[in-house]
Design a protein around this ligand. Structure first.
Ligand code: ADP
Ligand code: ZN
Length: 231
């Protein structure tokens, strides 16, 4: 959005399933703002204290420095008065208070760019994103590529059984699927006896290289582990 005059703030939302390029798009917009010499602050939630770090990293390994926050009120508190552009990634983890924080910042005249999953592992609207979409001036919905059939993918397929809304995953725990290939039952079926199921906790490889199927936590893990070739 570039038609606002004066110091009018607004909210932009970038949504879609995992692997759809939300982080890439967020990083692209924030870089352009930096090139325009605007004051930019970037945040992401601490999803896992062990892997808190200071960058947003896309699955394609684009990265931009960021500040980690425990909750949405910390975002509002950390934003400097002079900041012109505020970027927030993984917004689905920030809950309802994000709505108030984003509104407050936009009302202060800031451009607020928020990226996050709009649906959960069952394909349901993932709050607070749906409400944020209703409040935003501009919305971009991205699609990934279905790993089964190559069609545009609107869903994040959980590949293991767990009914928990948030399971920060390890490599291979989630993949992008189109509406035809998406199977919510996969996440609801109980594992067969003796079958081991990744939990997203202790079996995560701290030095995992981000791959096509790596999740946010993997990206952060690879980074804090000081993987060769990265800083
Ligand atoms: P998101 O933030 O939406 O999870 P990222 O911006 O981190 O997405 O990563 C997008 C990149 O992931 C793509 O540019 C591509 O390189 C890679 N990728 C891996 N698997 C897929 C897939 N199934 N569909 C589209 N892109 C994929
Ligand atoms: Zn498909």
């Amino acid at each position: 959005m570039n038609f606002a005059k004066g110091s009018l703030g607004w909210i932009e939302v970038v949504c879609g399933p995992m692997f759809s390029g939300k982080s890439e798009e967020l990083i692209r917009r924030l870089r352009r703002a930096e090139i325009a010499r605007q004051r930019v602050q970037i945040f992401k939630p601490v999803i896992d204290q062990r892997y808190s770090d200071n960058h947003i990293v896309s699955h394609s390994e684009l990265r931009i420095r960021s500040e980690s926050v425990k909750d949405a009120s910390e975002v509002a508190a950390k934003v400097d008065l002079r900041t012109e552009v505020v970027g927030i990634d993984e917004a689905q983890f920030l809950g309802e208070p994000l709505l108030e924080a984003a509104t407050k910042l936009a009302n202060l005249g800031k451009r607020v760019i928020v990226a996050g999953l709009d649906t959960d592992f069952l394909g349901r609207p993932f709050e607070p994103m749906p409400r944020l979409l209703a409040m935003a001036e501009e919305i971009t919905k991205l699609l990934a590529i279905c790993v089964r059939c190559g069609n545009p993918a609107v869903h994040t397929q959980r590949l293991f059984a767990s009914e928990d809304l948030i399971v920060v995953g390890a490599e291979g725990m989630y993949e992008a699927r189109c509406r035809r290939c998406f199977d919510a039952q996969l996440a609801l079926q109980k594992p067969a006896e003796g079958e081991t199921v990744p939990t997203g906790d202790d079996n995560r490889r701290p030095a995992a290289r981000p791959t096509a199927s790596a999740t946010v936590a993997d990206k952060a893990a690879a980074q804090t582990a000081g993987e060769p070739g990265k800083s």
